[in-house]
Design a protein. Structure first.
Length: 465
């Protein structure tokens, strides 16, 4: 007897992989039979129907009938259930206009209450959203899901993702509200930065004759990310604590308002250290100072990222070396001298050195001093040696890494253009997945409608004891 024959005799299949798959499919089918039966029982319950009818009055709907429909559970299979259907009221006709087509007239309020979106169960939604956000495109995600036996086209996948993102964004604070942020004595590092992606904006005006589409422009815009993490006594990130990661595609003021809400959800009063770290981007530090005043964080530290400081001081060094036509050896010596002054936070020493070197080069001196005054104006943000000695971080590497993982690897790319609201949805969901909080978001979303029922409807119903 060969090895293959022995395996076939023992397992009933020619290899272990096929046996494993068959066993999973067998018990998954049994589980989904039970889930379908329970779902039918809930939807046919008289009390549950009363609740839905009461809720339908607030949604401008009325009960129509029970209909047999199909839903998809975690395996991706379709299962038949009987669901109560509600008819949405028609929108009022505006004078002088043709009546609007009544789209989305039918609603399955029972499924909505249970968290079933687009007739897809919460467990399958979690899988679909994860794949849609982690894959480079919705098309690739749909193909990957087919490999797992889940047949969903890219348009349905996109609709599910957008619909789920709209619900999840209502609970963004709760999703990141871990108990670890309420402990006393924590050391908090807040970093902000921006990326670059292309926005899809329809062109204005009348479409030209013979032109099939109006066309669109693809200007660059800057989505912004924030990371809130904890660090230890050596200024190193505590990897066991999942950071808060989120972002916005709106204005800079909207972004800082989002940051403010996150900081208000943290126990800042008993935090031992609060550090704000970012690059020298325009508008960041004035708003950071305003935020510190509003939150009354008098002891908060402001640190300009050391890597960005080195890059910008390199521009000053190049201005000096080009003006004096220094050799490679003297350029290296000047660079070491300037970087040592920068590490010690001696910005005035750099200014004096530049003045001394460029005493006879008026144009180059003006350019170098302009750069020093604009970027290195507040000397307190450049005391890197003091920061390191006190166990504080000197860089914003956490948000720099987040820009690459959240934006550059999914949203930014050749030939990829986004509407702002869609880009923000993907940004938010990808941040949840990369910080391991998508499952929490799924559970929180189910409570949105449930809370409305509990507070406004269930109390008013004469439910049996």
């Amino acid at each position: 007897m060969t090895v293959d024959d022995a395996i076939t005799t023992t397992l009933g299949t020619e290899n272990f992989a096929a046996y494993e798959q068959n066993v999973y499919e067998k018990y998954q089918e049994i589980a989904e039979h039970e889930i379908t039966a329970r779902l039918n029982s809930i939807l046919s319950n008289v009390v549950f129907l009363k609740i839905l009818k009461r809720w339908s009055t607030q949604c401008a709907c009325r009960f129509l009938e029970y209909r047999e429909i199909t839903v998809r559970l975690k395996s991706g299979r379709r299962w038949k259930i009987r669901s109560p259907v509600f008819l949405r009221a028609k929108p009022k006709r505006k004078r002088g206009r043709v009546s609007i087509r009544h789209k989305g007239a039918l609603r399955h309020l029972g499924l909505e209450l249970l968290g079933i979106i687009k007739r897809i169960s919460p467990a399958l939604i979690e899988i679909c959203v994860s794949m849609a956000v982690l894959c480079p495109s919705f098309e690739v995600a749909a193909n990957a899901l087919r490999g797992f036996g889940i047949a969903i086209n890219e348009h349905l996948l996109q609709n599910i993702t957008i619909r789920f993102a709209g619900l999840a964004k209502n609970t963004r604070m709760e999703c990141n509200g871990d108990a670890v942020w309420q402990k006393p004595g924590i050391k908090i590092l807040v970093c902000v930065d921006g990326g670059r992606i292309r926005e899809r904006c329809p062109k204005r005006g009348k479409r030209k004759k013979g032109q099939k589409r109006q066309g669109y422009s693809t200007d660059w815009f800057e989505p912004r990310l924030l990371t809130i993490s904890q660090f230890d006594q050596d200024g190193k990130k505590i990897k066991s604590v999942s950071p808060i990661l989120d972002g916005s595609c709106g204005s800079l003021d909207d972004f800082f308002e989002l940051l403010k809400h996150y900081l208000l959800s943290i126990n800042l009063d008993e935090a031992s250290e609060v550090v704000f770290c970012a690059d020298g981007g325009k508008g960041i530090w004035p708003r950071t100072e305003k935020l510190i005043r509003e939150l009354r964080l008098d002891n908060a530290k402001q640190i300009l990222d050391y890597t960005h400081a080195k890059q910008n001081i390199g521009i000053v060094k190049k201005t000096v070396s080009d003006a004096l036509k220094l050799s490679e050896k003297h350029c290296l010596k000047l660079s070491c001298q300037i970087r040592e002054l920068l590490w010690n936070g001696n910005i005035n020493g750099i200014i004096d050195l530049v003045r001394d070197k460029l005493s006879g080069k008026r144009k180059a001196l003006k350019a170098a001093l302009k750069k020093l005054n604009e970027y290195f104006g507040d000397h307190t943000r450049f005391q890197y040696k003091t920061f390191r000695d006190n166990g504080l971080p000197t860089g914003s590497g956490t948000v720099e890494s987040a820009i690459r993982r959240v934006i550059n690897l999914r949203i930014k790319g050749a030939g990829i253009f986004w509407k702002r609201e869609h880009a923000e949805n993907i940004l938010f969901l990808r941040a949840l997945i990369l910080t391991g909080k998508l499952k929490t978001a799924c559970r929180k979303c189910l409570r949105i409608v449930r809370n409305m029922f509990d507070n406004n409807i269930l109390d008013a119903l004469p439910l049996p004891a």
